[in-house]
Design a protein around this ligand. Structure first.
Ligand code: ZN
Length: 216
C-alpha cells in the first residue's frame, strides 16, 4: 500500500467482482505512471481502466486474439499480449503510460456508464456486428444459441461473436452476468461444461446438474 492509495480509498460505484485489482504506481523511464485499476466489464465486454477514484482513461476489449483500447484519441490495436500476460493488464499498462505522457485524456466513470447501451428486451441478432455473415458463422451461431438455451444462458446485447471471444451473457439460474467464451460453455470431447458455470459457483453444482439435461 502506498500513501497515494491510502489517500484515495476506492469508492467507485461499479459492481466489481472479477476485476478491480489495484496496480501500484510504477516508474517507466522518467514518467511516473499513475495508480490505476481495471474495472468491471460493461455489456459490450469492454474493461474500463480507471485512475483516481473514477476517471476512466480508456476501455480495453478483446476481439479474437487481439486487444484493442478505446480512448479520447480513438481506437488502437495493441495486438496479442505476451504469453502469460492477461490482455487487460497489457492494455491497462499501455493506457496508464499514454495518460502519464499526456497523450490521452480521462472521462468520468458516470459519463462512461451513462453512454453504455442497455440490454435488449427481446432476442438479440444472430451474429455480433463484427462477425462476417457467411454460412460457417451462421451455422456456428445457430449451434451456439441452441447450446445457450440448453444450458440456461441468455445473450443480452449482441449475437454470436465467435467461439473464442468475449460474449456478454446472463445466467438464467442466478443474477450473474458477464463475459463468457462459448468455447468454455459448450463442453469438450462429448463431456458437458463445468457445472460451476461461472465465478461464485452459481446455485451449486448439484442443483445445476439436476436442472440441465446435458448432465444426466
Ligand atoms: Zn448462475
Amino acid at each position: 500500500m502506498t500513501t497515494q492509495l491510502l489517500e484515495r480509498p476506492a469508492t467507485v460505484t461499479v459492481p466489481d467482482t472479477e476485476a478491480g485489482r489495484l496496480i501500484v504506481p510504477a516508474t517507466e523511464g522518467s514518467t511516473t505512471v499513475p495508480t490505476y485499476r481495471v474495472g468491471a466489464p460493461d455489456i459490450q465486454c469492454r474493461y474500463p481502466v480507471i485512475v483516481g477514484e473514477d476517471q476512466v482513461i480508456g476501455r480495453a476489449y478483446r476481439w479474437h486474439r487481439d486487444w484493442f483500447v478505446l480512448t479520447t484519441a480513438g481506437e488502437h490495436n495493441l495486438r496479442r499480449p505476451p504469453k502469460g500476460t492477461p490482455g487487460t493488464d497489457m492494455a491497462a499498462a499501455h493506457l496508464a503510460q499514454q495518460y502519464a505522457a499526456g497523450r490521452i485524456g480521462a472521462v468520468p466513470l458516470d459519463q462512461v456508464l451513462a453512454e453504455a447501451p442497455t440490454p435488449l428486451c427481446g432476442p438479440v441478432p444472430l451474429l455480433h456486428p463484427r462477425m462476417p455473415v457467411n454460412d460457417r458463422n451462421i451455422e456456428g451461431a445457430q449451434i451456439a444459441f441452441a447450446g445457450l438455451r440448453a444450458h440456461h444462458w441468455r445473450a443480452v446485447l449482441t449475437g454470436f461473436p465467435g467461439s473464442d471471444n468475449h460474449w456478454f451473457l446472463s445466467c438464467e439460474l442466478c443474477p450473474w452476468e458477464g463475459p463468457k467464451f462459448w468455447s468454455h460453455l459448450r463442453g469438450r470431447n462429448g463431456e458437458p461444461p463445468s457445472a460451476r458455470r461461472h465465478k461464485g459457483g452459481c446455485i451449486g453444482e448439484d442443483k445445476v446438474r439436476r436442472l440441465i439435461t446435458a448432465y444426466h
